[in-house]
Design a protein. Structure first.
Length: 116
């Protein structure tokens, strides 16, 4: 009988340890804040690179056409503006997708909290 009591005591200790670990993980806000800031920086860099890439591609196409057709910098201006528009459109699409993902995650988190 003492063997069963020892096992049940250890099982109780493990359950207590599991509860304390879950509480500690739930209260660890510092690590989440640092991760969130890094994620925000990555998103900002992605937006900036999409804008710059659109402008550079537009400039390259415009310069190529102007050189090939021996025209004034009309195509550079036209394709630069089109490249800017494409970059802005990419940023808007990406931000909408990220907002939808965040809303989905918030919805799942709120449903999890109501279940508990």
């Amino acid at each position: 009988m003492s063997n069963k009591e020892g096992i049940s005591s250890k099982l109780s200790d493990l359950e207590d340890l599991d509860k304390r670990l879950r509480d500690a993980r739930g209260n660890d806000k510092g690590a989440h804040d640092q991760t969130g800031r890094g994620t925000a920086m990555g998103i900002a860099m992605r937006f900036a690179s999409e804008l710059v890439a659109g402008m550079l591609v537009g400039l390259a196409i415009g310069w190529s056409l102007d050189t090939w057709l021996d025209t004034a910098p009309i195509f550079i201006l036209v394709f630069f503006i089109l490249g800017m528009a494409a970059g802005i459109l990419n940023v808007v699409r990406t931000s909408q997708r990220l907002n939808a993902e965040q809303a989905e995650a918030n919805k799942a988190a709120s449903e999890k909290q109501t279940d508990d």
